[in-house]
Ligand binder design. Sequence first.
Ligand code: PHE
Length: 344
Amino acid sequence: MRERLEALRTEALQELAGVSGLPELNELRVKYLGKKGALTEILRGMGGLSAEERPVIGQVGNEVRAAIEEVIGRKQEEFQQAETEARLREETIDVTLPGRTSAAGALHPLSKVIQEIEDIFIGMGYTVEEGPEVEQDYYNFEALNLPKNHPARDMQDSFYITEDILMRTHTSPVQVRTMERKKGEVPVKIICPGKVYRRDDDDATHSHVFTQIEGLVIDRNIRMSDLKGTLLQFVREMFGPNTQIRMRPSFFPFTEPSAEVDVSCFGCGGHGCRICKQTGWLEILGSGMVHPRVLEMAGYDPSEYSGFAFGMGVERIAMLKYGVDDIRHFYTNDLRFLRQFARV
Ligand code: PHE
């Protein structure tokens, strides 16, 4: 029996030396040490041994088992370690790789300026109104006291769709629509942002599509001083607390009296520089007291109510504020231009 046990040890150790992986190792463990394995098989014959032989052979059997177990344990550790190392190698993370950035969009500079202007007027109690870009002649001209023979109604100046329908040339029709809807109710206190269309040749300062924001206030006892105070408050929030305004007599068919409004140049504080072409002033908007005819046509009794209105080009404000030298930059969507405003 001793020889058989020794032979088993030799055979087992030889076979274990050539084992190639964990599954095979497990097979050999069962083959030699399992309940129905070779060692158990041999030791089953111990019953036929004498009382003196039995402990000696038992001792040899234990040694053989210990020797085989020792090798199996060592091999198992080796294989497990190799497996862990292989997994680590495979799952290595290169922390020096540049991260994946998600491309976040940003608001268009014109949208930003519109929002900024809206915020200022909302802070003064105004609401924002919008209206159609394809407009009826009545709202764009007629109700604004622009008579049929007015040059602005010429085919050369406006985009007509039919004789009665055109692309709006300003956002004033939204004011007419709002007054109509209010049916004589006061106060009216609105601003109207939106695109407008004119048959201009595009150049650095003209575009056949551009953006306006107009404002309208109607109530009892609204005076020109209210207009001036409102605009002063607006420009100081927009361009800085030391900004001054200057009103120059002007003409619009829908306001009387009318005034062009200049702001003191924020580039030089009014001393004269390149931005203001040495004049110290920048023209930014048109304004005036709503014409009695306009009030009347919209259902407001001009002997009881009065109002003021103003209108500005958003592109012009944005160009002045950000030092943009060509209006076409706003529409050509060159990312090199747009990205400069992503964090403004
Ligand atoms: N609607 C005028 C324009 O388009 C601007 C304006 C609005 C002027 C309100 C005076 C009052 O030029």
